[in-house]
Design a protein around this ligand. Structure first.
Ligand SMILES: Nc1ncnc2c1ncn2[C@@H]1O[C@H](COP(=O)(O)OP(=O)(O)OP(=O)(O)O)[C@@H](O)[C@H]1O
Ligand SMILES: [Mg+2]
Length: 211
C-alpha cells in the first residue's frame, strides 16, 4: 500500500464513522421501543440520509482508487471462475473470441465480478449454476453474471443497488455489494444493470465502454 493509499484509507475510515454511528443509534432507538408512526418518520429520514452518505463515499473512494491499464477481459473472467471453482463452487465462463483489450482497473473489475458471483451463490440458492459471460456489444464489452435462482421482483430491482438494501434479512450481508459494483462500473464510464424474471433467475451486466 502506498502512502497516498494509506491516506485515502484513513480518510475513508474517518468519514464512514459518522453515518455508521447514526445507523447504529437509529437501530438502538428502534430496538425494544414501540415507536409511534410519527416518531418513526424522522428516524427513517436520518437512516436514509446516512445510507446516502455511505453511497457517496463508496462512489468517491472507488473513482479515486481506479488505476487504468490494458486488461485482457477473457483472462480476468477465467481467473474469477478459477478462484470460485477452487472454492468448490459451480461457476463457469463463456468468453467470446476476439474481445479487445480494455483500459480498466483489473483489481476493481475482479472485485466487481467476485461480488456478483458471491451474490449469485449466496442469494440464488445452492442448486444454481453461475455463468460469467464476456461478449462484445456496440462500443462496449458486456460482462455478465447469471444464475437460475428465485429472481428479484420487478419493483425491487432498482432498490437493491442502494447501500444497505437487502431483500431477505435472514441471509447474511451488509447490503453494500451492489452499490460497490455499480460505483466500479461507473468509475470506468460504464453501467451496471439487472434483468430478472422471478422464478427463473437473475443476470447482472456490467457494460464497459471501449475507449
Ligand atoms: N443474484 C441474486 N439473486 C437474488 N437476489 C439477489 C441477487 N443479488 C442480490 N440480491 C438481493 O439484493 C440485495 C443487495 O445485494 P448486495 O450485494 O448489495 O448486498 P448483500 O449481498 O446483502 O450484502 P454484501 O454484498 O454487502 O455482503 C441482497 O441482499 C439480495 O436480497
Ligand atoms: Mg452482496
Amino acid at each position: 500500500m502506498t502512502q497516498s493509499d494509506r491516506e485515502r484509507l484513513a480518510v475513508l475510515i474517518h468519514e464512514v464513522r459518522s453515518p455508521v454511528a447514526a445507523l447504529r443509534a437509529i437501530a438502538e432507538t428502534c430496538q425494544g421501543n414501540r415507536l409511534e408512526t410519527r416518531e418513526r418518520r424522522p428516524l427513517v429520514d436520518l437512516a436514509i440520509a446516512a445510507c446516502l452518505g455511505i453511497e457517496r463515499l463508496i462512489g468517491d473512494v472507488t473513482v479515486s482508487s481506479v488505476r487504468l491499464e490494458s486488461v485482457d477481459i477473457g483472462r480476468l473472467v477465467e481467473e474469477a471462475v478459477g478462484a470460485a471453482v477452487l472454492g468448490g463452487e459451480s461457476v463457469r465462463a463463456e468468453v467470446d473470441e476476439g474481445l479487445p483489450p480494455l483500459r480498466a482497473d483489473p483489481l476493481r473489475l475482479r472485485q466487481a465480478l467476485d461480488n456478483l458471483v458471491s451474490n449469485a451463490l449466496r442469494h440464488a440458492g445452492s442448486s444454481t449454476e453461475v455463468l460469467i459471460r464476456a461478449r462484445p456489444a456496440k462500443a462496449a464489452v458486456l460482462l455478465s453474471v447469471a444464475d437460475q435462482g428465485p429472481g428479484i421482483p420487478p419493483d425491487e430491482q432498482e432498490k437493491i443497488f442502494e447501500a444497505g438494501v437487502r431483500l431477505d434479512a435472514a441471509r447474511p450481508g451488509s447490503g453494500l455489494g451492489l452499490a460497490v459494483v455499480r460505483a466500479i462500473a461507473e468509475a470506468h464510464g460504464g453501467t451496471l444493470a439487472v434483468e430478472s424474471v422471478p422464478g427463473e433467475g437473475t443476470t447482472f451486466t456490467i457494460a464497459l465502454p471501449i475507449s
